[in-house]
Ligand binder design. Sequence first.
Ligand code: BEZ
Length: 210
Amino acid sequence: MSIRLGDAAPNFTAETTEGNLTFYDWKEDSWAVLFSHPKDFTPVCTTELGAVAALKPEFEKRNTKVIGLSVDPVASHEGWVQDIEDVTGHALNFPLIADHDRKVSDLYDMIHPNADDTMTVRSVFVVGPDNKVKLTLTYPASTGRSCDELLRVIDSLQLTDRHAVATPVNWKSGEDVIIGVGVSDDEAHERFPGFQAKKPYLRVTPQPTD
Ligand code: BEZ
C-alpha cells in the first residue's frame, strides 16, 4: 500500500554499508531522508549518491540524517562505493541499505511494476522527528533528483512546522513567506507586525528568524 503524508514511516531492520540498523533507532529524534536507487553500478545513481555525500554538512545543519537504498547485497554496494568516490570525488558518508530481499522496498512501495517489476523507482521520503512522513517524491529511473530541491523543501517543512506560515512558489530560505490561512487578521497583527495583505487571503511577511 502506498504511504501517504502524515502516515507513520514504517520501521524496519536492514543490512547497510554501516552494519545492521533499525530505522527508528538510527534516526532517533532527528529528521531523515530515505531515498531509493534502482540498482547498483548505474550511472544516474552514482552521481546522486556522490552529490548527497558532498552535501552531508548541509543536511546536518538541518538536523537531518540521510539513508540510501538499493536492491543489491552489501558486497555489491562495497564495490560500487569505490566507484562513487572515483567518479564524484566524494566518499559515501551515510548508510546505504542492501535491500536484496526487497523488504524495505515493499514496505515503502518503492517498486512500481508498471515502470519496472524488479528495480525500485527513485523514491524520496522525508520523515520528521515524530517519525511521520512529511514529504514524498517519486521520479523515474531515468531522471536524477535535485539535491537543491531536497534541501529547499526541508527548509520549508521545518519552517512551516515551527510557525503558522506557508511558503510560496519557488521560495528559498530567507525570502518572504505567507501567513497561514488559519491565522486571523488580529492574530496576524500581533504575530507578524507590518505584514502586507496582497489579498485578504494572501498575507505576506518576512521569514521568521527562529
Ligand atoms: C541510472 O541510475 O542511471 C539508471 C538506473 C536504472 C535505469 C536507468 C538508469
